[in-house]
Design a protein around this ligand. Sequence first.
Ligand code: AHG
Ligand code: MN
Ligand code: MN
Ligand code: MN
Length: 348
Amino acid sequence: KSATKSSYELLTLTTWLLKQEQAGVIDAELTIVLSSISMACKQIASLVQRAGISNLTGVQGAVNVQGEDQKKLDVVSNEVFSNCLKSSGRTGIIASEEEDVPVAVEESYSGNYIVVFDPLDGSSNIDAAVSTGSIFGIYSPNDECLADIDIDDGSTLDSGTQKCVVSVCQPGSNLLAAGYCMYSSSVIFVLTVGKGVYAFTLDPMYGEFVLTTEKVQIPKAGKIYSFNEGNYQLWDDKLKQYMDSLKDPGPSGKPYSARYIGSLVGDFHRTLLYGGIYGYPRDKKSKNGKLRLLYECAPMSFIVEQAGGKGSDGHHRILDIQPQEIHQRVPLFIGSVEEVEKLEKFLA
Ligand code: AHG
Ligand code: MN
Ligand code: MN
Ligand code: MN
């Protein structure tokens, strides 16, 4: 038998999703939402690879709700994601890093899923063609909670938006599916629907994601740490002691290696495959760290747990945190169980 499977045996994302649907793991509507997300990712992959040619590098000239200077591709990727989800007809509400508030989708006529996403993660890397990605999570509509919200609590949001915020703000433990697409030397779509983690590589020959790794398992330990040490002086002492301990060669005579590319998707994907730990701690300037719970920390934590790893804010399981507002930030420590637990001991 040839070492590599001939193309007719290769499972594409489309056929993999249909198999999950036939097995009753996901329903027809969720299958359609996931297909529309993979379509968005293929379009963004193409836009990212040609950014310099189509004048899509550089800034948009606007500041988003995060206070960040939006890149042109932040805006375009957000439009691509939103349009693909709207045209799926199965998405009820979308919440994006690049939207101030959640958006109710009129075109929805069944499924009504809630999709949270970071349309372009690591966008500061675009102009230097360093890896970027898209991150998403899917929740079922939380209609029961709409019934009892107190919309005249004087909140500035109108009642419709307030209802959407309440419906979207669910703990990561409610996630039905989560994934990311990494735009790097390969374009890799990583997905979990709650039964393990699967990785698909985009075959540019015919524009399909092809299954390349089943049931991804993160190593229990790993000697790679991924932090922005430029913030070292701003960290609290216990974290500094942890960081210093990684540099001690110890009995093995080998200290940890530092790897940090400034794109959560790229740093996470390497951690998922090689083991180790990625961290974005709180610091004196950013009291809750930088990363957003809803569409960065929770989806990545769902994925890492499905691969046998751990996602923590230093003291609590990320998936147990109940979001209070859409763009809420939390500290994130994620990766191999032994590495995250070692950090948690220092912070206790
Ligand atoms: P985004 O580009 O979606 O705003 O996210 C950027 C995040 C994350 O991708 C990355 O790990 C982190 O910001 C890098 O932050 P620093 O540049 O402060 O290290
Ligand atoms: Mn951003
Ligand atoms: Mn991001
Ligand atoms: Mn982003």
